[in-house]
Design a protein. Structure first.
Length: 349
């Protein structure tokens, strides 16, 4: 090891140490001191100065803790603290700045219709989005991008020409028909919805309608068995048009006659009338007249008093009486064989 020279101050210090220790040596020639050993007098061999101690430099990523004086080491290296490599930077030690390897470079995802070319690692973009490449809508497909498959709107739908029915729809089953599209030429088979029309071959009256009350009926579909119940309208009255006296005229009161419903007998219409059973009309009766002729003349039916019928029409005899409006007069008319045979009156007005 190289000897260190002693300065005047050091020599004085050494002399003082020697006098205090009782050593008579002047300790002019001293070897050391070092980091770990004291300085020793070459003449007497006595240690005259203490060891210096290490002057440490802290450990680094590649070197352990090291004495800057003697080069002694302690412990181990720290090891690198690496940051991951990025697209543009290599792997870097955060402690010493050393790099390792190369940058990763961008991992490009090609541009799409809606996104530009993009790095999957760092998100950097380059260029522009491609935009959609649309193909027009067809009969069965909507407007579609040929690159990404995105659709927009609805399919145009077929323009079907005249359809051919291959199976008629019923109330029990759907039907089928085919038609050719005038645009794409495809032959399309379509379902015909179940028919809402039922087939009834007969009806059962469950309640007969009257002149004033509705009736009801039901029928069973011949195809699907559906039972339909319905209501029939009231028939309404049927006016027979034949006026019948319902109140004879008497005194100062006129008579009343009415027509009736030919079904239920309900009064349909009424009218007042004056009695035509008068002497003047009585005198118009002739033997050529029938009962109906006399009724038409007097305007009212007669009251049958007696009848003789031996089974021969020519000899059938009937006697009717008509009363005058004054309540006193009347007339009798006898019919034989359907015609007037005789007549008589009393106090006709």
């Amino acid at each position: 090891m190289k000897k260190r020279s002693i300065t005047a101050l050091s020599a004085g210090l050494l002399l003082a140490v020697a006098l205090l220790s009782g050593c008579a040596c002047s300790h002019k020639e001293v070897t050391g001191p070092t980091c770990t050993e004291a300085g020793v007098c070459q003449a007497c061999g006595e240690a005259v100065t203490p060891a210096l101690g290490h002057t440490w430099n802290e450990a680094t990523c590649t070197e352990p803790k090291t004495c800057s004086v003697c080069g002694a080491t302690e412990g181990s290296t720290l090891a690198h603290s690496w940051t991951d490599a990025s697209c543009t930077e290599a792997k870097v030690c955060t402690l010493c700045g050393e790099t390792e390897g190369s940058p990763l470079g961008h991992d490009w995802v090609e541009a799409s219709c809606t996104e530009p070319k993009t790095c999957s690692r760092c998100g950097k973009t380059e260029g522009e989005a491609l935009g959609h490449s649309w193909t027009g809508a067809t009969c069965t497909e909507p407007k579609t991008c040929s690159r990404c498959g995105r659709t927009e709107g609805e399919a145009a739908g077929h323009n079907l020409l005249e359809a051919t029915v291959i199976k008629e729809a019923t109330c029990a089953e759907e039907g089928l028909q085919t038609a050719t599209c005038g645009i794409c030429g495809e032959e399309v088979t379509e379902r015909i919805p179940v028919s809402e029309e039922h087939t009834f071959s007969s009806w059962n009256v469950t309640k007969a309608a009257t002149c004033t009350e509705p009736g009801s009926y039901e029928g069973t579909c011949d195809v699907c068995g559906y039972v339909y119940s319905g209501e029939s309208d009231a028939k309404g009255h049927t006016d027979d048009g034949n006026y019948v006296v319902i109140q004879e005229p008497s005194g100062k009161e006129p008579g009343i006659r009415a027509t009736h419903c030919s079904v239920c007998g309900e009064v349909m219409s009424t009218e007042e009338f004056e009695s035509l059973v008068t002497l003047e009309n009585f005198n118009k009766i002739t033997t050529s007249m029938t009962y109906k002729d006399v009724v038409a003349l007097f305007g009212t039916e007669g009251e049958l008093l007696s009848q003789v019928d031996i089974g021969i029409a020519a000899y059938k005899t009937e006697l009717y009486v008509w009363y005058a409006a004054n309540g006193l007069g009347n007339c009798n008319v006898t019919f034989q064989g359907g015609y007037v045979a005789s007549k008589a009156q009393l106090w006709l007005p």
